[in-house]
Design a protein around this ligand. Sequence first.
Ligand code: AMO
Length: 443
Amino acid sequence: MSLENPRTHYTSQIDPEKIGDEKVTVCGWVHEVRDLGGICFLVVRDREGRAQVTLVKKKIDKELFDTARKLVRESIVAVTGTAKPEGKAPNGYEIIPDEVVLLNEAESPLPMDTTGKVDAELDTRLDSRFIDLRRERTTAIFKIRHEVLRSVRNFLSDEGFIETSSPKVVATATEGGTSLFPITYFDREAFLNQSPQLFKQILMSGGLDRVFEIGPIFRAEEHDTRRHLNEATSIDIEASFVDHFEVMEILENMIAYVYGQVIENESASLKNLGIELEVPKTPFMKIPYSEAIDIVNAKGEEMIEWGGDLGTVAEHTIGEYVFKETGESHYFITDWPTEIKPFYAMPYENDPLISKSFDMMHRTMELSSGAQRIHLHDMLKERIESQGLNPDGFDFYLRAFKYGMPPHSGWGVGCERLVMTMLGVENIRDTVLFPRDRKRLSP
Ligand code: AMO
């Protein structure tokens, strides 16, 4: 089935010099109607921009003029006509219409302004996300998010990674038992998965060698902050026969590639957001954990003993230090104490108190964690037990380590944090269409 007035162009694709008198049809939303009596300007908006439709009363059919004049904002229209150069109009042209078809009238008043002239609170925007998406700023963020995910897929595929999907309904915790959402699975208790961690390791060992997944992770953390979601999107990799240094290199190269692709392919969206993006320089600075705490302690704002975790203040201190030293925002903290990393992180052979693990940081927050993993069955079982977990619950996972498990490494990056830090967005909720947080379950 096709509509009676099929779209011929997005508003950004019309160049009157090239198309001459050829008829064009743009389809979209009524952004604005300016009725000046003898002349009426109708601005139609689509995903790619805006087109000005100019109706001069004396020169066109009365019914057509009246239809345009009475259009309610955000109604859906298809406009067919001829494009003429017009320096003052958006995209440098105006459409002289033969036909304006009202496809669906919007109610009035609107739940919120779409022109960007009136600033709405985040909560109001999220309640009416369908309409918030029509603001240029919001559209720009989600086009960039698309470009981030597209280029991640591109990069990892080119690096020989195979895209996989793992179950989200699971029986076991992976990242510690406190932050799981329990669900009822027929007559059993199950959980929403916190991370594809265990599955990506099994998949990789199953002969796929290098795997990646982009999918939801669920964290039942109570905190209500600007950088935590209860449902986030994680970009995960797992690779055989490589150590933590090699996957760190893949990660920094991926970040640089993604920035480059966004600059190349989403320049209009960046301009809309008023952002001049630069590709981060690789390799990123690597600071071992013990040096990182020295940097924090030297500042004297807080004292961290060896073995303690790094909080937000500490992360900021180290981020500022790196920025001063290198002029860059991205860096790694490596060689974390084994005890504060998950059970699957591989300890150094010559110093088992330290693990072959890392976090990749942006000046403002953690973007990723990863490690070389334990690939030896007995050592892994012992680490599970020493973290107070019951190995029986991990039977499906541990079995895979008995029958040919290569040495391997991997990492997970939060997609929203990647977009957020790239664009300097204040609140992570702005980078998810329908965020799930402590208070928000709908829409
Ligand atoms: P981790 O728990 O550090 O590691 O998560 C990896 C990355 O996912 C993002 N992230 C979140 N983003 C928003 N809201 C949240 N609540 C949230 N939780 C995590 C962050 C974080 O750096 N299995 C390991 C990864 C690995 O070793 O491969 C893991 O899940 O950007």
